[in-house]
Design a binder for this molecule. Structure first.
Ligand code: FES
Ligand SMILES: [Fe+2]
Length: 435
């Protein structure tokens, strides 16, 4: 990576190459439950832009620049009432589409028609608020990412803020070999039931890889010999512009999607959607207990109203992620940090607010990461230079039939063949419901 590649990848503000790519897509920005009709506006940081989100009296969601177009007082202080947000400075009022509907400090009733707040298109679906920050007059179709199409009652939605650049955060999801160290480095193969697929991760911590570009991103398969003439596979995906699917889970039922939405260059909102009927990805060890430090739950701080106040975890850079050195030394917890997500968060935040890519030494285990960076740069530069619309914007259906997970298959199957077989056998709750 050279300096230019690195800068093009990490910067997401208006006018940047990557920011341009991301503004092509609908972005998952908040949970529907965060916004109450006529409730307090929420500060929302998205792609480096300071916005407010609010729900009007009729239930519609507005997302707009937080500055009042009059003289820039923050609409965060505004009165959310009677189907609009009213600036408390001189009383100008805006509806969810940004139309100025009242300027009560002016005698001329038509003046308001010359004023428009900078509002973005929003849509709510299945518990998520989506925002389109692009320039098209008619917004592109909504995403068809599988977990986002599930009814709200069938999916667990979680948001978690991460205090670092979006790319290093995302790359944790496509870096399979860390699992046997960061999360399970102190687990010995003899601790794990022999019939558990997890056994392979701790029995052989240095898998081989296949990596390929796909229609909408990149895919890898990590593989290990499982038994004579059997292969243990771990597949994962990256989908433009910031979606992932991880390999830790039974492939045929592993219905989940994860987004790494940049708040700005140094903060990221992780958005996780998981099918409720998906089986647990890791079971107990032979002693009947989970591995030390294992929990999928999030230990949140209370949300606050400032720009960085939403969905923070208790373990943060300022408190060394609550690392417990005793647990690290003698407690069987490789990191000394509790929580799978908290462990990922600690290492990626520890890289610094933005990883210095010129300091890295990429290895063969990082092929997926390298392929994904190339894919991102290619799509972002093709858009910036030749106006080529990136995959999945006008053809969102290509994002639907993508899955990840682990399984054991006949060693004779080539990797894409093994994947296709699993895809055919995968549970599709939406299609089942439709039939
Ligand atoms: S600054 Fe908002 S009405 Fe004047
Ligand atoms: Fe991880």
């Amino acid at each position: 990576m050279n300096r230019k590649d690195s800068e093009d990848l990490v910067r997401v503000g208006p006018g940047t190459v990557m920011g341009g790519l991301m503004r092509q897509y609908w972005l998952p920005a908040a949970m529907s439950s965060e916004l109450e009709p006529d409730g307090a506006p929420v500060r929302l940081l998205l792609l480096g832009e300071q916005l407010i989100a609010f729900r009007d009296s009729s239930g519609r969601v507005g997302v707009m620049d937080h500055r009042c177009p009059h003289r820039c007082a923050s609409l965060f202080l505004g009165r959310n009432e009677e189907n609009g947000i009213r600036c408390v400075y001189h009383g100008w009022k805006y509806d969810v589409a940004g139309n100025c509907v009242d300027t009560p400090n002016l005698a001329d009733p038509d003046f308001k028609n010359r004023i428009k707040a900078k509002a973005y298109r929003t849509v709510e679906r299945n518990g998520l608020v989506w925002v389109y920050m692009g320039a098209r007059k008619k917004a592109p179709p909504l995403p068809e990412i599988e977990a986002t199409l599930l009814p709200e009652s069938d999916v667990t939605i979680s948001f978690v803020q991460r205090e670092c650049n979006w790319l290093q955060a995302l790359e944790g999801d496509i870096d399979t070999s860390h699992f046997g160290f960061l999360h399970a480095g102190s687990v010995a193969p003899e601790d794990v039931p022999d019939d558990s697929l997890f056994w392979h991760t701790v029995a052989n911590r240095a898998p081989d890889y296949h990596v390929a570009d796909t229609e909408c991103g990149t895919m890898y398969a990590a593989y290990r010999e499982a038994a004579p003439s059997k292969t243990y596979w771990r597949f994962a995906n990256f989908m433009l512009p910031f979606w992932t699917q991880t390999p830790q889970g039974k492939f045929t039922e592993h219905l989940h999607n994860r987004a790494w939405v940049p708040m700005d260059d140094t903060h990221t909102m992780f958005v996780s959607l998981t099918w409720r009927r998906q089986p647990p990805s890791i079971g107990p060890m032979k002693n009947g207990r989970m591995m030390p430090g294992f929990t999928r739950a999030f230990d949140y701080l209370p949300n606050e109203s400032d720009w960085y106040g939403r969905w923070r975890l208790r373990g943060r850079p300022v408190n060394d992620w609550l690392v417990d050195r005793e647990a690290q030394k003698t407690g069987g917890n490789y990191t000394g940090i509790t929580g799978i997500h908290a462990q990922d968060q600690a290492v990626t935040e520890s890289m610094g607010a933005i990883t210095d890519h010129l300091f890295e030494h990429m290895a063969p285990s990082d092929r997926m990461i390298m392929a994904t960076r190339r894919r991102l740069l290619k799509a972002a530069r093709a858009l910036a230079k030749d106006k080529i619309v990136p995959p999945g914007v006008d053809d969102p259906a290509i994002m639907y039939p993508v899955r990840s997970g682990d399984f054991v298959a006949d060693a004779k199957l080539a990797w894409r063949q093994a994947y296709d077989r699993q895809m055919q056998a995968s549970v599709r709750p939406l299609q089942e419901a439709a039939e």
